[in-house]
Design a protein around this ligand. Structure first.
Ligand code: NI
Length: 181
């Protein structure tokens, strides 16, 4: 099983390359990513988080963390924000690659994202709330950005300090007990 790449690994700071649309080898990677996401209680994961700098993300914002609940992962190849609406909103985010902390991040409340599915068919997904936030968070990963680059600038230092503390305490992916204010 792949391991979650944790900050400050340079893989997470690298801009990922476009996938070849319809590339069948992405299927295996996508399945592994989904497995890692559910195993660590995440609602989204990007390929760099499993060590692959390709533009592929997986999201499932409806899964409630129960093993028995139905899982409906959406696989997005080469996702791109094509439209964003509304005044940005601040909310707390955690990340499997920055275990132990959650930090306030400002995001568009609504986005429309264009992408390809694993068969190479072109789609769009749009939405607000957690879906919009999750899409923006995962697409940031493809641009080499983690929570520390995306968070409110005024909390960045505090977030890094809290992360050092969390790491020292042995925080694992999926944990986010330190709330950085
Ligand atoms: Ni993340």
């Amino acid at each position: 099983m792949l391991k979650i790449v944790e900050a400050p690994d340079p893989i997470l700071a690298t801009i990922s390359t476009e996938c070849e649309v319809g590339d069948k080898s992405l299927l295996r990677l996508a399945k592994q990513m989904a497995k890692m996401m559910y195993a660590n209680n995440g609602c989204g994961i990007a390929a760099p988080q499993v060590g692959v700098n390709k533009r592929l993300i997986v999201i499932d914002v409806d899964w409630d963390g129960e093993e028995s609940a139905s899982k409906n992962p959406i696989f997005l190849v080469n996702p791109e924000i094509v439209e964003a609406k509304g005044e940005k909103v601040i909310d707390r985010e955690a990340c499997l690659s920055c275990p132990g902390i959650s930090v306030p991040v400002e995001r568009h409340p609504w986005v429309r994202v264009g992408y390809f599915d694993l068969d190479g068919e072109e789609w769009e997904i749009e939405g607000d709330g957690l879906l919009a936030r999750c899409l923006q968070h995962e697409i940031d990963h493809l641009e080499g950005k983690t929570l520390f680059e995306s968070c409110l600038p005024e909390v960045r230092i505090k977030a890094l300090q809290a992360y050092d503390q969390a790491k020292a305490m042995g925080a694992k992916p999926g944990e986010s007990s330190i709330e950085v204010q």
